[in-house]
Design a protein around this ligand. Sequence first.
Ligand SMILES: Cc1ncc(COP(=O)(O)O)c(C=O)c1O
Length: 402
Amino acid sequence: MSAHDDGAAGDARGIGTRLAHTARRPADHHGFVNTPIHRGSTVLFPTLDALEGAMRGDTRRGPYIYGLIGNPNARELESMLAQLDGGAGAVVVQSGLAAVSVALLSMLGAGDHLLMTDSCYGPTRWLCTAVLPRMGIETTFYDPRIGAGIDAHFRPNTRLVFLESPGSLTFEVQDVPAIARAARARGVSTAIDNTWATPLRMRPVEHGVDIVVHALTKYQSGNSDILLGAVVARDEEHWKRVKQAAEWHGHYAHPDDCSTCLRGMRSLEVRLARHEASALEVARWLEARPEVARVLHPALPSHPDHAVWKRDFSGSSGLFGCVLRPHAAGREHTRAFLEGLRYFGMGFSWGGFESLVVASDVRASRAVVPWTDEGALLRFQIGLEDPRDLTADLAQAFERAR
Ligand SMILES: Cc1ncc(COP(=O)(O)O)c(C=O)c1O
């Protein structure tokens, strides 16, 4: 490996090799494999020229200026993220939700119009309904399955179309290329929350998307022990807007967290393969259960968007949903099922080593496409446990909840 191996654009090496060998510089750190953590705010300059030169430099490559604007740990992680997505640059921020907010605020201002998928993550919806209107930004929610039909929703002041595919509670897969094409034809930018797929399963930039959001809290860090987010920009113009929005709002990613996340990413390929295989095993098992009305997993042929998923994704991850058949005991039945589980923790987030389940009621939040299923909507995050133990756990919970 060379001392400065940042994985050039079009890098043909396998993903495991790139995850292991890019974004580290042992020769700069006495040979230590991993970069030490650089905590700090102030950066000292030996001369006035050096200080002024740093201020004019490119924060992706130039001298460091101030802790808020960049440090070696954030920059390494950003370089890894940009090369994985095939983007011009990345910015890491303190959470996935902060990354969503940076993506929105990088493109939108007073008088602008936003098109937001109706399947978006809950707090993304709250940003649109509670925060953006105070800034004079109007949101129209659209059917996630709209595809090229998005064209009918553009207004003269539409600046951004935001996608999330699949939706992280309801799992609709969007026709990303069709939406990106329609937006580009109108000179409108696109952004996507790609947390479910990660760049290992789908690279939205290759489908024409301008801005990619990741909650690194999930698979990239992989251990449920940090919060972190990133925004990757396709080209220089979007990169400048994203970087300014993050920096000028004071967003920041702690170097400890950047280092922890990069450590997680070294093993992302193998972890994701295990999450994927186990999730498919559990999803297929659930599909055969009489208590289950339908399983929401895009990689199953029964999923209504399976063909779109197959066309655009190279695989799946560990998060999927299912709808239980309506039960006479209603919520008490759901409670008995959830509280009887041994290996599935009840809690938010996903992408960690441990399995989780949450029940959600999306009926009140949908703006365009009503959610009509009557049975309980459950979301499973399948961790790294033995899937046979997970299905046995689910079987006993179904028995107890009868
Ligand atoms: C799809 C999606 N996007 C963004 C986020 C926000 O990530 P974070 O928890 O790091 O703020 C989440 C969190 O659950 C999510 O599920």
